[in-house]
Design a protein around this ligand. Structure first.
Ligand SMILES: [Zn+2]
Length: 168
């Protein structure tokens, strides 16, 4: 009988917890914070943006109905279509192509990872990155920015996802 009680207790304890996947999300759970990592090899680069669901479409629970789903779909499409308006390199024309926009939904935290291919007409080293992400996402408090080339690793925290930064 003691043994049975222990089993019941254990199963209750387990159902209270989120799945392991959600626990990983919860560790990073911080609204208003996003990251943008870029790596360049000469003229070609890849950019990966990770941003919380709350900052993108206003909630982080799993989509409960058609309205939630629509909000998510629109936000993901916007991120795919308008990334090229959120960053630019001063005086250097670049092409942006969406590689993938992936929604990772947890119970309490959801985030989106978007990856883009970038091809620029000149090497971006020593040039200026103009970041306007915060104009589109007003709840963004901080963006962790990293830009790596063969010579440079530039890192900074862009307050509100806005600013102009020399890549050096
Ligand atoms: Zn969150």
């Amino acid at each position: 009988m003691k043994y049975l009680a222990l089993i019941i207790f254990l199963s209750l304890a387990c159902t209270k917890k989120d799945s392991p996947e959600n626990q990983v999300f919860d560790i990073k759970h911080q609204h208003g914070k996003a990251s943008l990592n870029m790596t360049f090899e000469d003229l070609k680069g890849e950019a990966t943006l990770v941003i919380g669901g709350y900052d993108l479409y206003g909630f982080e629970h799993q989509a409960k109905n058609a309205e939630d789903k629509k909000k998510q779909e629109q936000a993901l499409k916007f991120l795919s279509d308008y990334f090229r308006k959120m960053i630019s390199f001063n005086q250097i024309p670049c092409q942006y192509e969406t590689q993938k926009v992936e929604l990772r939904e947890g119970n309490n935290h959801s985030e989106v990872q978007a990856t883009y291919n970038i091809t620029c007409e000149k090497n971006i080293e020593e040039s200026y990155l103009i970041l306007t992400l915060g104009q589109f996402y007003k709840d963004l408090a901080q963006l962790d920015l990293s830009i790596k080339t063969s010579k440079i690793h530039f890192q900074t925290e862009a307050i509100k996802g806005l600013g102009t930064f020399q890549i050096k």
